[in-house]
Write a protein of this length. Sequence first.
Length: 125
Amino acid sequence: MRLRGLQHVSSPYREGAEASMRRFYGDVLGLREQPIPSTLGGMGLMWFSAGEGLELHFFPSPPDVESGRHFCLDIEDLDETRSRLQAAGLQPYDAAPIPNRPRFFCRDPAGNLVEFTSIEGDYRE
């Protein structure tokens, strides 16, 4: 196998929470929602572009709000993002520091854990 890269991450959301998920990923984080392939219509899926060639997919299913499983978004401005999350009524929190990777975590409206970081260099330095 010759890996070309990570293409998408799929996470659950509670049925009926589509609007809050769209508000979080579209309005608060500024991600662009992608159309769903017609072959997958009627499944309640939501797809968002999360950078070049990377997508976040969401499907209706009970989320595990206690889980530490997460995905991480590399962003330019951590302070601005934290402020946007707080203004939206969410509670971002810090975790153990990683050299050259300042970061924090926040749960989305479904309870999925999201890490936000800004890669500034090699963490091994």
